[in-house]
Design a protein around this ligand. Structure first.
Ligand code: URA
Length: 275
């Protein structure tokens, strides 16, 4: 027990140092301080206990915030192998029937997503870029390498998590996905989430967070505050944060510190459960 908690502290200290190195943050507090409350007003309907948007004015510890969120209603409980199989057949169905991806012309292949089929943590970005289109894998370019560093700084490795995008094919010239494209393709992402049933989703950047939360509020106002992805079957806590590409374009201590503080909230939520 004693050894376990020493190991745990050592692991946090190592993460702390590693993160200083990777993100260049001058000082990273280990304990999460809830960010200044921001009045978020968008039209998310949260059933059951008040959701994070409603509680933003009275911040509480993330871990307790979601214990009361209604569990998935009718989602089948699947083993990791069953999840892997379900994801594989979803991939086939997507590639054969997605009305966006089967008619889009700017991509060479679809990028379905990858990672642990039973991941506790899911990262969701916007759409594949050039390198992703070339390799068929999400987040493998410059932004992807930054995401890898963030995942590593959280004490995890890429195979521990699941990474996907709102769009599964690269938009022409990497433009922002159109609402019509999102509407067609993201239904398959919703199904991915229902299969994986992650404990937490990190929404990377505005387009992903807009879809996850059904809002038009900008990422700068939403980041750092827990919210919820809800559909008829699942209810998953979402931590909105800046996209790694934005982080690279604005590589300041302030932006790095904000992303790291968002990830600390995710770690604080996941760690007690994964110990
Ligand atoms: N940006 C994204 O949003 N997704 C990727 O897969 C790569 C870059």
């Amino acid at each position: 027990m004693m050894q376990e908690s020493t190991d745990h502290l050592k692991r946090i200290a190592r993460q702390h140092l590693e993160t200083d190195r990777l993100l260049g943050v001058d000082f990273v507090p280990i304990k999460t301080t809830p960010p200044e409350p921001v009045a978020v007003t968008h039209e998310i309907e949260v059933t059951g206990p008040p959701g994070p948007a409603a509680t933003a004015a009275q911040p509480r510890a993330a871990a307790s915030l979601f214990q009361a969120v209604a569990p998935a209603q009718s989602v089948p409980q699947r083993s990791p192998q069953e999840k892997a199989d379900a994801l594989e057949s979803l991939r086939t169905r997507h590639d054969e029937t997605c009305s966006h991806c089967t008619t889009a012309t700017a991509h060479t292949q679809t990028v379905f997503g990858e990672g642990a089929p039973d991941a506790e943590l899911m990262f969701i970005g916007e759409a594949p870029g050039e390198q992703e289109d070339r390799t068929g894998r999400p987040f493998v370019g410059r932004a992807g390498r930054k995401l890898d560093e963030i995942i590593q700084a959280m004490g995890l490795a890429r195979p521990d998590v699941y990474i996907a995008n709102v769009l599964k094919s690269r938009p022409p010239a990497n433009r922002t996905p159109l609402p019509s494209e999102v509407e067609q393709c993201a239904a398959f992402l919703a199904e991915q989430i229902r299969i994986i049933q992650p404990k937490v989703i990190v929404g990377l950047g505005g387009p992903a967070v807009k879809w996850l939360l059904g809002t038009n509020v900008g990422i700068t106002r939403l980041r750092g505050q827990w919210d919820t992805f809800t559909d008829a079957e699942v209810s998953v806590p979402v931590m909105p944060t800046f996209h790694p590409a934005y982080l690279l374009r604005n590589y300041t201590p302030d932006t790095r510190g904000k992303v790291w503080s968002d990830m600390q909230q995710v770690m604080a939520y996941l760690q007690p459960a994964s110990k």
